[in-house]
Design a protein. Sequence first.
Length: 338
Amino acid sequence: MQIESGVSLKPFNTFHLPAVAHTLVRIASDADVTRVVDHPKLGRAPKFVLGGGSNIILTRDMPQVVLKIEVPGMRLVEERADAWVVEAGAGVGWHEFVAYTLANGWPGLENLALIPGTVGAAPVQNIGAYGVELKDRFDSLDAVDLVTGRSVTLHSGVCAFGYRDSVFKHLLAGRSVITRVRFCLPKPWQPVLGYLELERRMAETGITAPSAQQVFDWVCAIRRAKLPDPALIGNAGSFFKNPVVTIEQCRDIIGRDPEIVHYPLPDGSVKLAAGWMIDACGWKGKTVGNAGVYEKQALVLVNRGGAIGSEVMLLARAIQESVYGRFGIRLESEPVVV
Ligand code: EPU
């Protein structure tokens, strides 16, 4: 276990926002977490768990003990008649893990290619893209309790996965450290191709029965075309959740804005495309201070260079106000604001 002081967090968050961790501990195993819990000084201090830093907005220095999760390792746990169960350490890069499963002939995660962040952070917000969510492929995870220092295995029911949501954002927020995650990749593999942009690729190429590798390549190309690469332009992916409204609310908005992009959900409610609404309010490509709205996807806020967290939040609030003013909808931010 390594304990460091006065560590810049700029390289550790994909928005490249400046902030300093007074104390940072690198965690490579369950035993490291237990050592922190048993430590005379660190044990009682408030903690902040940092994964790939791709879903946080840092607005200030961090007085909490920052636990930087670096648990390594990827392996096939079990091959069953109906599925492969594959495991990765929480510190493994998500995309690296997706590529590893495909290279080994265990398909099922290809729609989730190129999502920034780590394996350990993926269950926290139940990452999802192009018709697949983490919960659809989840088996179980190991976590260490930050009060007792004990390791536990949690299955799907306990994790309470929802749209960009889980128990780790609520009851277990700041309470446990995810150290390993296992995925259940069903056999026989079935591609998930219902998303409009994937259908478009099939039509363009004439490939009606793509391989998992083909879907992976398409998803990578779609993401590269409209989402900024955090290595080049600081960002945290979608900045707001797509709001879910009642059918009555949706009808009311359609009455005024017939073009609004919306998706009916199985429970009768309707999900609205927040990116479309922000775009409709004229924000695409706009800049406030050093923070801006990405030119190709209005749901993504970006660091134009040298932005600080408060500038990003100022821009976010201005967007929320204008969307509320026009549509009467309050957008909820997706990344964790610290
Ligand atoms: N749209 C616009 N203008 C924009 C942006 C979007 O008109 O500036 C329209 C699009 O044309 C489309 C609709 O809004 O008709 C939805 O856009 P898109 O397909 O890009 O998806 P999204 O709803 O904006 C969600 C996820 C993404 C995920 C994609 C693909 C959320 C908050 N975001 O975005 O996830 O990659 O679907 O599944 O659910 C992330 O969470 O960080 C993320 C990137």
